[in-house]
Design a protein around this ligand. Structure first.
Ligand SMILES: Nc1ncnc2c1ncn2[C@@H]1O[C@H](COP(=O)(O)OP(=O)(O)OP(=O)(O)O)[C@@H](O)[C@H]1O
Ligand SMILES: [Mg+2]
Length: 287
């Protein structure tokens, strides 16, 4: 049996669906994975959370909104397969449906990115409603999915702004290192400003601690500091520093496929369960 056909906390997932009506015709919930700091685990979280959600029988679309294209590479999408990309979607060159391609993981599709995207911020700058490009383009196309995850670049420029305007929820990966909280107040202020002026539906679902090293006291100190600052917004699940996580992208695989049993893969499965539980709670509050 492949790792992805194994039940992944399916009872909890099914119970959550029954109560919240999240599956089946309710439209996708769109998550932006955001932190303007580089190398904190955004792409790793996007790829592996998307895979864990697909394994829990959700239909998932991952949008690679970073010109680096790491999410596309991490899912084994070849350069040739990236003919229509998130660049075309943002610039309105083509219907969004033509940019969505399947991945080797059942129920997980991707809109890949290309280096063209690095010019998009400049190309969009004098265009009308430039922050709403992604939101408008996604429109009905998101209906076929339960979750859309957007992997953002390490900046708070127009690409990330498009993600924040298209999304209903934000997940912030935070690396367990000395400068973890630096720049975070700027990020939170940006999210609040977007919520006030462009997208009232937006909320931070949670902050996920990444690259936690249990042999290093600093990781504990940073984790305590972040929990002191963000309280219950911080997920209970902590992603450990795990060499299998860093090896997996060079094989074009999410860690769940590369080594299902390793601590990193298991942590992302737990994170998916916790995210779905929070979704259930949020749906109850919205009802
Ligand atoms: N839990 C982990 N354990 C070990 N290595 C990790 C872990 N999470 C991420 N990494 C590695 O750290 C590096 C940065 O991770 P990642 O690319 O996910 O960060 P990012 O925030 O998307 O970076 P960027 O801002 O450049 O887009 C990568 O080489 C990745 O493989
Ligand atoms: Mg990245």
């Amino acid at each position: 049996m492949s790792a992805l056909t194994q039940p992944v906390d399916r009872h909890a997932a099914v119970a959550a669906d029954r109560q919240s009506g999240l599956q089946g015709g309710q439209g996708a919930r769109i998550f932006a994975i955001v932190n303007q700091k580089g190398g904190v685990g955004k792409t790793t979280t996007a790829v592996n959370l998307a895979t864990a959600l697909a394994a829990a029988e959700r239909r998932v679309l991952l949008i690679d909104l970073d010109p680096q294209g790491n999410a596309s590479t991490g899912l084994g999408i070849s350069r040739q397969a990236r003919r229509v990309t998130s660049y075309d979607v943002l610039l309105g060159n083509l219907a969004v449906g033509s940019a969505i391609i399947p991945t080797p993981i059942p129920r997980l599709a991707i809109i890949p990115s290309s280096v063209d995207l690095s010019g998009a911020e400049i190309e969009l700058v004098d265009q009308a409603e430039r922050e709403f490009r992604l939101r408008k383009a996604l429109g009905g196309a998101a209906e076929g999915f339960d979750y859309v995850l957007i992997d953002c670049p390490p900046s708070l420029g127009l690409l990330t702004l498009n993600a924040l305007v298209a999304a209903q929820a934000v997940m912030v990966p935070l690396q367990c290192e000395f400068y973890a909280l630096e720049g975070l107040s700027h990020l939170v202020r940006t999210i609040e400003r977007v919520k006030r002026s462009l997208n009232p539906a937006l909320d931070i679902q949670g902050v996920v601690l990444t690259m936690f090293d249990k042999r290093n006291n600093l990781s504990d100190l940073v984790a305590a500091d972040v929990r002191g600052h963000f309280g219950a917004k911080v997920y209970d699940t902590v992603i450990p520093r795990n060499v299998r996580i860093s090896e997996a992208p060079s094989h074009g695989k999410p860690v769940l496929l590369y080594d299902f049993r390793c601590s990193g893969a298991q942590a992302y499965i737990h994170l998916a369960s916790e995210m779905l539980r929070r979704e259930q709670q949020a749906a109850v509050l919205r009802a």
